[in-house]
Design a protein around this ligand. Structure first.
Ligand code: GLN
Length: 449
C-alpha cells in the first residue's frame, strides 16, 4: 500500500485520481496485516485497489467527475465497495472519469483529462479512464469501473489491460451514481483474466437494494476459468464487426491474428452474423440519454450537490444550479433525452429504440445457438490524441460501435490485450459470452493470454 501511494504521487501528471486517501489506506493495510497474522487472509487481503469516482464511498468524496458533486461526501458505501472491503482490499482512492460516465476519452471530467500511460499525448479511453490508466501504469494492481456502453472495455483496450463487464444483474448497482439504469453494470479492471476472476468472485452476488440484481448462486469463477478448454470452443467472428466502416487496419489486423491464435489453440473459429449490430449506436443514443435525463433530475440544487449563489427564486435556483453544475456533454445528453421522452415524440424515438433493442438482443440469442463465445475488436482504433474528437460528439460516440450492443443485450463481455498497433499503442480483443457465462468467458480469455 505504501509503495502504491508513492507511485500514485510520482505519477500525478497522469491525472488518474480525483481523490487519494493515504490515511485510511494505511489503516486498512494494517488491519489486513493483522488479518494475515491471524491466518485469515484471502486472495485479496491487503491488495491496494482504486474505485472509480462513481461508487459511493462512506466519508470519502464521490464527485462523479462533476462540479455538481464536487463536494459530495456520501454517508454509505456502494455494494461493490462494501464487498471488496470485506474481502480485505485496501482502497487507496477514487479515480478520474468522464463526467457522470458520459464519454469515451475521459476528457469531459470537471477535474481535467487523464493521460494514457503508453503515450501522454493520447487519451486513455473512457469513461473509466482513470481506473484504466492507474492499472496500466502499475499504480495499483486492480480497480473498479462501470460500463454503460463500453466504459470498462474501451479504456481497458486503449491502455492494454483487461476489463470485464458482467451480465446485467450479476453485480448490484446499489450506491453507484446512476447514468442509464437499464444498461449500467459494474466490473473489475486488472492486468489478467485471472485477476478479473478473483475480483468478480467478491463483486458478484445478490443484493436486495438493487431491484434488477439477480438472485442466482455465484459460481467459482477461477475453477470455471481453469476448466475451460480452448480445444473445441466455438468462437464466432461477426462479419459486421470485421467489415464495419472506420475500423483501423492495424486493429483488424490485430484481431485477425488473435482469431488465428485461438484457432491454432484448437478453437473452432467461424464467421457469424449480427445483422442489427449497426443499429446499436443510434438506439443507445436514444435510450441512454432518456434514462440519464430522468436519473439526473435529482440534481436540482436543493437536496444535494452544487447550488448557485443568491438565487432570485426557485426557478432561478434550479436553472442556474444545473446550468453551472453540469458540463457540456451532460447537458447535451439531458436535452436529447428530454426531447426523446417528450409527448408526441415518445413513439417515434424511445418506443422505436426499445423495439430495435429487442432485435439486437435476438441477434445475439440466435448467434449463441451455434457458438460459445463471440470475438471481435473492442474499439475501432487504438488510443487517439487528446483533443482529436473532443469537439465532435458523433465521432466520439463511434468509439463504442463494438461495445454498445452488448449493453443493450445485457450480456457479459471483456477486453484483453491483443498486441500493439503502430506507435506502440495497445489493441484490445473483445470476447462476448451468453448471459451468466462469465466463467467460460474468463476461461477463453485466460487460454488466449
Ligand atoms: N461512451 C459511452 C457514452 O458516452 C459509454 C459510456 C459508459 O459506458 N459509461 O455514453
Amino acid at each position: 500500500t505504501r509503495a502504491a501511494l508513492e507511485r500514485i504521487e510520482r505519477a500525478a501528471d497522469l491525472n488518474a485520481f480525483i481523490t487519494v486517501t493515504p490515511e485510511s489506506a494505511l489503516a486498512e493495510a494494517e488491519a489486513a496485516d493483522a488479518a494475515r497474522a491471524r491466518g485469515e487472509a484471502g486472495p485479496l487481503t491487503g491488495i491496494p485497489i482504486a474505485h472509480k469516482d462513481i461508487f459511493c464511498t462512506e466519508g470519502v468524496r464521490t464527485s462523479c467527475a462533476s462540479r455538481m458533486l464536487e463536494n459530495f461526501v456520501p454517508p454509505y458505501d456502494a455494494f461493490v465497495v462494501e464487498r471488496l472491503r470485506a474481502a480485505g482490499t485496501v482502497s487507496v482512492g477514487k479515480t478520474n472519469m468522464d463526467e457522470f460516465a458520459m464519454g469515451s476519452s475521459n476528457e469531459t471530467s470537471y477535474f481535467g483529462a487523464v493521460k494514457n500511460p503508453w503515450d501522454r499525448q493520447a487519451v486513455p479511453g473512457g469513461s473509466s479512464g482513470g481506473s484504466a490508466a492507474a492499472v496500466a501504469a502499475g499504480l495499483v494492481p486492480a480497480a473498479t469501473g462501470t460500463d454503460t456502453g463500453g466504459s470498462i472495455r474501451q479504456p481497458a483496450a486503449l491502455t492494454g489491460i483487461s476489463g470485464l463487464k458482467p451480465t446485467y444483474g450479476r453485480v448490484s448497482r446499489y450506491g453507484i451514481v446512476a447514468f442509464a439504469s437499464s444498461l449500467d453494470q459494474a466490473g473489475p479492471m486488472a492486468s489478467s483474466a485471472e485477476d478479473l476472476a478473483i475480483l468478480l468472485q467478491d463483486m458478484a452476488g445478490f443484493d436486495r437494494r438493487d431491484s434488477t440484481c439477480v438472485e442466482r448462486p455465484v459460481p467459482d469463477y477461477r475453477a470455471q476459468m481453469a476448466a475451460t478448454d480452448l480445444r473445441g470452443l466455438r468462437v464466432g467472428l461477426p462479419r459486421e464487426f470485421l467489415e464495419a466502416e472506420g475500423v483501423d487496419a492495424e486493429v483488424s489486423g490485430g484481431i485477425s491474428a488473435a482469431a488465428q491464435a485461438l484457432g491454432d489453440a484448437g478453437a473452432e473459429v467461424r464467421e457469424i452474423s449480427l445483422p442489427n449490430a449497426g443499429m446499436a449506436v443510434p438506439v443507445y443514443y436514444v435510450i441512454a440519454p432518456a434514462e440519464a435525463s430522468s436519473n439526473l433530475s435529482r440534481f436540482d440544487g436543493v437536496r444535494y450537490g452544487y447550488r448557485c449563489e443568491a438565487p432570485a427564486d426557485l426557478e432561478d435556483l434550479y436553472k442556474r444550479s444545473r446550468g453551472e453544475g453540469f458540463g457540456e456533454e451532460v447537458k447535451r445528453r439531458i436535452m436529447v433525452g428530454t426531447y426523446a421522452l417528450s409527448a408526441g415524440y415518445y413513439d417515434a424515438y424511445y418506443h422505436k429504440a426499445q423495439q430495435v433493442r429487442r432485435l439486437v438482443q435476438q441477434d445475439f440469442a440466435r448467434a449463441f445457438e451455434s457458438v460459445d463465445v463471440i470475438a471481435g475488436p473492442t474499439a475501432p482504433s487504438t488510443a487517439f490524441p487528446l483533443g482529436a474528437k473532443a469537439d465532435d460528439p458523433v465521432q466520439m460516440y463511434l468509439s463504442d460501435i463494438f461495445t454498445i450492443a452488448v449493453n443493450l443485450a445485457g450480456l457479459p463481455a471483456l477486453s484483453v490485450p491483443a498486441g500493439f498497433g503502430g506507435g506502440g499503442r495497445p489493441i484490445g480483443l473483445q470476447l462476448i459470452g451468453s448471459h451468466f457465462d462469465e466463467g467460460r468467458l474468463l476461461g477463453a480469455a485466460h487460454g488466449y493470454q
